[in-house]
Structures are given as structure tokens and as C-alpha cells.
Design a protein around this ligand. Structure first.
Ligand code: NAX
Length: 331
């Protein structure tokens, strides 16, 4: 039997946490033959609820689950962690300024970065989900300088999967036959869902999504805004934000990162920009990536038209603003 992999979930008593931990324990994140140990961190007011989640994990008798730690102690939570999924954060409440929310998250991510740096496995892979996800990931990177920057990512896979879902619904094809959409930029409504390189597998081979849809107007307007605003639509319908789809996409993100993307397929991940596609280095920006042997690389050489260029730059601009807001909270 394989050695267990230790996965930390912060904010584990919350909605996404509740959907995510059973998926991890069932092998949806690391594979059906990979034993796991789950560490769950939350804050003191949620300690009792967190313990309830632990009780349910015990009651579910998951064969792959080899250990559970439920704690409010950051150091205990981070100890020997191989994968850290950062779901905990401070949500924006009514009447709060953007800057105040940023300040709260900056201080949370600063502390958790240091704990990961000191106590996690040296090659720990980090996925930040809590919003503002890209900027929280950047803060984490700044305060955990000994964790390789390639190990720090944020979640835009949910947006990627939402884009696949919209194309599948439009074309009446199965979602697993659609691939290579791209989410560029920030996990916010400024993101740019791009279908220019996306394809559908048909009995006559791969066909371009743009040709099959045959409606550039829809693709350039409604499709984009539907994906950008999907989070808000879920809140309106459920009176709660997306949880099961976020948890499932987090599993997809880690699974593909660790086990590799299928040949000819890329996915979207928020990663540290190296200047590819003219995006300022030093931002955590969502790019198309392929993964092999536990490492992602940005897909190179895609043709970018003027329409895309403008949208890619405007979401980068928002990230530059968020970055300077975050840095102003450090002083
Ligand atoms: P919940 O409010 O249900 O859960 C958050 C949990 O985090 C709570 O249990 C809270 O006590 C805990 N927490 C707060 N501060 C903490 C700290 N310092 N350390 C550890 N735990 C802490 O929110 P939920 O719906 O689960 O969403 C979690 C985060 O995901 C939010 O920031 C949300 O905006 C973000 N999302 C990001 C998505 C993405 O694609 N990147 C999509 C889904 C989601 O909206």
C-alpha cells in the first residue's frame, strides 16, 4: 500500500470544507488507491462545528482515510502537510470597504504562510481558494519565501469548468468532449473566459468550438458574462455561494497538478506569472497550463487576437491594483 499523503484544508468547518473533505477522503483528489491523512483548520468560534465534521468523517468509515486532525492551532494544522488547500478567509460583509477586507486577509495569509514554511513538507503544494484568491496566494508567496513559487497556486478551475459546462449546454455535447477553454487573469468578474482555442471531440475528430457554435456574438458577449457572473447567479438561487462545484474543481486542480493533464489537454490555474503573453511578472494570474510529474507549465505560443488582448490586459490591471492595495495593508 502507498504511503499516505497529508492534505490540509483550512476553513474546514465552512461550506466548501464540508463538501471537500469527503471528496478527498474518497480519493477524488489523489486517486482511488492513494491513502490520505486530512488536517482541518478553522478558527475558535467554529471549533465545535469543526469537531462535528471530524465526527462525520469518522462515521463515514472511509477506507482511504488514515488519520484526521481537527484543530484551531495553525502550527499543528501545518505539520508535515504535503498539500494545503486554503479555503479559510475573511468574507466581505455588508458595509465593509475593500481595503478592510484585504487587510484582514493579508494578516491571515501572512501567519499561515509562515506556519506552512516552517512546518509543512519542503515540497508542499498550495492551492488558495479563499477570495481574493489570486492576491491571497501572492501574499502567501511573499511570506513563505522558502516554498518554491511554482508550488503556490490559486483556484480558477471552477471558472474553467463553468466555461466547459456552458459550451456543453449550448452544443448539446457531453462536457467531457469539450476541452481547452482558458480562463485568463483574476478569479473575479474581470476574468476572461476564452474559447478561441477550445475544441469538441466528435466522431469526425476535433472541431473548433467557435465553428460549431457558429455565433460569435453569443461567444463574445453572453457566454463571457455568464461565466463571469456564475458565482453571483448561484448565490441568488441558493442564497449561499457555490460549494460542491468549488470543492469538485479543487479536486480537479490538485489531481491534474499531481497526476498530470491528459495529452493534448490543458487546464486553467492561477500561477506566478513569468511574463508569458505579456502579463507582468510577479502577479498570480490564471493561465492555460499542462502538468507533468507534479509540475505545471504555461502553454506557449497561442495566438492572441485584439479582442482577447484587451480583456487579458484589463484583468491584469485589476490584479496590479489588488496587489498594491494588499501591499498598502502591510504597512
Ligand atoms: P464559509 O464562510 O462557509 O467558510 C469559511 C470558513 O473559514 C469558516 O468556517 C471560517 O470560520 C473559516 N475561517 C475564517 N478565518 C479563518 C482563518 N484565519 N483560519 C482558518 N479558517 C478560517 O465560506 P465558503 O463558502 O466555504 O467559501 C470559502 C472561501 O472560498 C471564500 O473566501 C469564498 O469567497 C471563496 N470562494 C472561492 C472560489 C474560487 O473559485 N476561487 C469559488 C467559491 C468561493 O466563493
Amino acid at each position: 500500500e502507498k504511503e499516505p499523503i497529508t492534505v490540509l484544508v483550512t476553513g474546514a468547518a465552512g461550506q466548501i470544507g464540508y463538501a471537500l473533505v469527503p471528496m478527498i477522503a474518497k480519493g477524488a483528489m489523489l486517486g482511488p488507491d492513494q491513502p490520505v491523512i486530512i488536517h482541518m483548520l478553522d478558527i475558535e468560534p467554529a471549533a465545535e462545528a469543526l469537531n462535528g465534521v471530524k465526527m462525520e468523517l469518522i462515521d463515514a468509515a472511509f477506507p482511504l482515510l488514515k488519520g484526521i486532525v481537527a484543530t484551531t492551532d495553525v502550527v499543528e494544522a501545518c505539520k508535515d502537510v504535503d498539500i494545503a488547500v486554503m479555503v479559510g478567509g475573511f468574507p466581505r460583509k455588508e458595509g465593509m470597504e475593500r481595503k478592510d477586507v484585504m487587510a484582514k486577509n493579508v494578516s491571515i495569509y501572512k501567519v499561515q504562510a509562515s506556519a506552512l514554511e516552517e512546518h509543512a513538507s519542503p515540497d508542499c503544494k498550495v492551492l488558495v481558494i479563499a477570495n481574493p484568491a489570486n492576491t491571497n496566494a501572492l501574499i502567501l508567496k511573499e511570506f513563505a519565501p522558502s516554498i518554491p513559487h511554482k508550488n503556490i497556486t490559486c483556484l480558477t478551475r471552477l471558472d474553467h469548468n463553468r466555461a466547459l459546462g456552458q459550451i456543453s449546454e449550448k452544443l448539446y455535447v457531453h462536457v467531457s468532449d469539450v476541452k481547452n477553454v482558458i480562463i485568463w487573469g483574476n478569479h473575479s468578474s474581470s476574468q476572461y473566459p476564452d474559447v478561441n482555442h477550445a475544441t469538441v471531440s466528435t466522431c469526425n475528430g476535433q472541431k473548433s468550438v467557435r465553428e460549431l457554435v457558429g455565433d460569435d456574438k453569443w461567444l463574445n458577449t453572453e457566454f463571457i458574462t455568464t461565466v463571469q457572473q456564475r458565482g453571483a447567479a448561484i448565490i441568488k438561487a441558493r442564497k449561499l455561494s457555490s460549494a460542491l462545484s468549488a470543492a469538485s474543481s479543487a479536486c480537479d486542480h490538485i489531481r491534474d497538478w499531481v497526476l498530470g493533464t491528459p495529452k493534448g489537454t490543458w487546464v486553467s490555474m492561477g500561477v506566478y506569472s513569468d511574463g508569458s503573453y505579456g502579463i507582468s511578472p510577479g502577479l498570480i494570474y490564471s493561465f492555460p497550463v499542462t502538468c507533468e510529474k507534479g509540475e505545471w507549465s504555461i502553454v506557449q505560443g497561442l495566438k492572441i487576437d485584439e479582442f482577447s488582448r484587451e480583456k487579458m490586459d484589463s484583468t491584469a490591471k485589476e490584479l496590479i491594483e489588488e496587489k498594491s492595495l494588499a501591499y498598502s495593508c502591510l504597512n
